[in-house]
Design a binder for this molecule. Structure first.
Ligand SMILES: Nc1nc2c([nH]c(=O)n2[C@H]2C[C@H](O)[C@@H](COP(=O)(O)OP(=O)(O)OP(=O)(O)O)O2)c(=O)[nH]1
Length: 224
């Protein structure tokens, strides 16, 4: 497990928009960057000076074109992602929203689409989503999860000759991630993305939502 030890983490957000009446969920097809070619909720890095929730609302607006009021978006859980041989983990704050304003719009990064909840394309999503997304949909939140990923071997490529996954995230603004990755994105992309989940642990129905995770993989504090 030494190969999964982290010494730092990056905070990212993920917003799941749900139409309870129609039993539908809004997902976006990620056209480029980290998690390209997978369906996902909307989110990204939190910028300096903004709260995690404000970051989540901003990313939803940027990626899906819609607005949610701060009081109508709720923290559902925190997921801590470990990537083998990467000292930087990802602390992903997951939110749920049942109402929104504005017109859903495609952008250069994401193509939004509604899916029936009974028909979520888990085989084209990050592998961990089938573990925690039903928890959110079944209202067994707040939750806390930790997921360990190994890089998938890539045919004809040196999959391990990679710099920090998350250091690529930090440079994603300056340069397209595709150009920095040893794994060519596109047709050769392995199913569910370039990482295979190796281990996971999820705690459900917590008394309140986690606010922060510790580097050792426990909950450091809860939302008040
Ligand atoms: N559903 C799901 N989402 C994940 C997983 N891992 C992971 O980073 N994400 C999400 C969280 C973030 O929304 C996004 C990663 O952040 P990012 O900063 O690369 O997002 P981005 O490419 O949109 O970049 P930016 O907008 O911040 O510039 O991917 C996962 O295992 N499952």
């Amino acid at each position: 497990m030494d190969s999964f030890q982290i010494t730092a983490k990056k905070v990212v957000t993920l917003v799941m928009v749900i139409d309870k009446e129609q039993r539908k969920i809004l997902l976006g097809y990620k056209k480029r960057g980290f998690g390209a070619h997978l369906w996902n909720g909307f989110g990204g890095k939190v910028e300096p000076g903004e709260t995690v929730k404000d970051g989540a609302i901003r990313e939803l607006k940027e990626e899906a074109g819609i607005t949610v009021k701060p009081e109508l978006i709720q923290k559902a859980g925190v997921l801590l992602f470990f990537f083998e041989h990467d000292p930087v983990g990802l602390e992903c704050h997951v939110y749920k929203a049942y109402e929104y304003e504005g017109q859903i719009q495609e952008c250069d990064e994401m193509r939004p689409q509604w899916f029936d909840i009974a028909d979520i394309p888990y085989d084209q999503m990050w592998e961990d989503d089938k573990i925690w997304l039903p928890t959110l949909l079944n209202e067994q939140d707040p939750f806390f999860g930790k997921m360990h990923f190994k890089r998938k071997p890539v045919e004809g490529g040196d999959a391990m000759a990679t710099a920090s996954t998350t250091s690529k995230l930090s440079t994603a603004v300056a340069a397209p991630v595709e150009s920095m990755s040893p794994t060519p994105f596109g047709a050769a992309q392995p199913k569910n993305g370039p990482y295979a989940m190796f281990m996971h642990h999820v705690e459900r129905n917590l008394p309140s939502a986690p606010k922060e995770a510790s580097l050792d993989g426990s909950i450091a504090s809860f939302e008040s």
